[in-house]
Ligand binder design. Structure first.
Ligand code: SF4
Length: 378
């Protein structure tokens, strides 16, 4: 795909270990942390198998799973390995997800010295009862302490993850959590609605009617309240779930997922994308280790996206962002003139206050972002 813009790929590392599983989580992770050294060795082999195909990255994202279960020396060695295998640009954004229970100030300082320059702390809630309900292994005190310690260790680019529409959570409770977050001045906030997937412990509880006090109907109200409260506090609502204290603090890595910039994902269950091709790794640590012991890429599947599929994705992802869809670029990349083909529909959205059409862009309003997935169905 010729995008007409120099896109530098991003590198995602899926660290597939957690100390214990949270009640709502369906990400791939295992609790056998004795396998961490074997995983790190296999990861090095996997990275080497992509040398040449991917050369340069300007973002690295250590996600999972719980990457903060790695010792700082292991993170240091991992970054040294990545720098020895690929070119990681000097100004690269290097993000690591942290569980508030895991690291001391010394650990955080060591991570900073190793080159991690952005941390994303999985706070999820500032209420102990809600944290227990979600099966998180940290409490409010540890969340507050992790944020303070990260700042004291030198991090000035700190993001917090929060979850809303929890069982028995009122809008007032949630507003109080947002106010608490704002008072801590994070550079970034990701606010997600709790998704109760049926194959998770919390989802099953909900299915059996043992976890009431939560309404899908409230989702929009939580969303609107989140956007309003954080924008009033000066944050930019730059994507449905993401807020930044200035666009310089928006996640450079995550933005690549939204505009078809190539990315390489290493580790079990990691996804990659380049050009028109998307591929994903096996969701099995054992299978991953076996493939790599045979120097084979642990790829489980791939798809080659047709231009109509890429166009639909770009529409879906673009309408979730404040930047919206650049209409000329869209024609150039995907061969579709949205204003000519869908003028009536788009003008109707504009009349309903769901989008704004200006400067050659269609941009979702706050109300439009609340229904962004439905907008993409044109
Ligand atoms: S720590 Fe994160 S990845 Fe691990 S179980 Fe909890 S939500 Fe899932």
């Amino acid at each position: 795909m010729n995008t007409g813009r120099a896109y530098i790929p991003g590198l995602y590392i899926h660290f597939p270990f957690c100390r214990s599983k949270c009640g709502y989580c369906d990400f791939y992770s295992v609790t056998e942390t004795s396998l961490v050294p074997s995983f790190l060795e296999a990861l090095s082999t996997e990275a080497a198998l992509y040398r040449g195909e991917f050369t340069t990255f300007d973002t690295v994202y250590l996600g999972g799973g719980t990457p903060s279960l790695m010792r700082p020396e292991q993170v240091d060695a991992l970054l040294v390995m990545l720098r020895g295998t690929f070119t990681i640009l000097d100004n690269a954004e290097i993000t690591m997800e942290l569980n508030p229970a895991d690291l001391t100030r010394e650990d955080l300082r060591a991570l900073y010295q190793a080159g991690v320059n952005r941390v994303n702390i999985g706070v999820q809630s500032f209420h102990d009862q809600k944290l227990q309900l979600m099966g998180r292994r940290h409490d409010r005190r540890q969340a507050l302490s992790a944020i303070e310690e990260a700042a004291a260790a030198g991090f000035d680019n700190i993001g917090l993850d929060l979850i809303y529409n929890l069982p028995h959570q009122s809008l007032e409770d949630w507003r109080a959590s947002l106010e608490q977050a704002i008072a801590l001045h994070p550079a970034h906030l990701s606010c997600y609605e709790l998704e109760l997937k049926p194959d998770t412990p919390l989802g099953r509880k909900f299915g059996r009617g043992e976890c009431a006090g939560r309404s899908e109907d409230l989702a929009r109200e939580f969303f609107m309240e989140t956007s309003k409260t954080l924008e009033e506090a000066g944050y930019i609502h730059y994507e449905v779930s993401n807020f930044a204290a200035g666009m310089g603090r928006a996640s450079r890595h995550n933005r690549k997922y939204w505009d078809h910039t190539p990315y390489l994902g290493l580790g079990p269950a990691a996804h990659s994308f380049e050009g028109t091709r998307r591929w994903w790794n096996r969701s099995s640590l054992k299978g991953y280790l076996t493939d790599l012991s045979n120097r084979k890429r642990p790829v489980e599947g791939q798809e080659d996206l047709r231009s109509e599929e890429l166009a639909m994705e770009a529409l879906f992802l673009g309408l979730r962002t404040k930047e919206g869809i650049d209409l000329d670029r869209y024609v150039r990349l995907y061969g579709r003139d949205l204003m000519r083909e869908n003028r009536h529909q788009i003008e109707e959205w504009s009349r309903l206050g769901l989008v704004e059409i200006s400067g050659g862009h269609i941009r979702p309003t706050r109300s439009g972002m609340a229904v962004a997935d439905a907008l993409a169905m044109i």
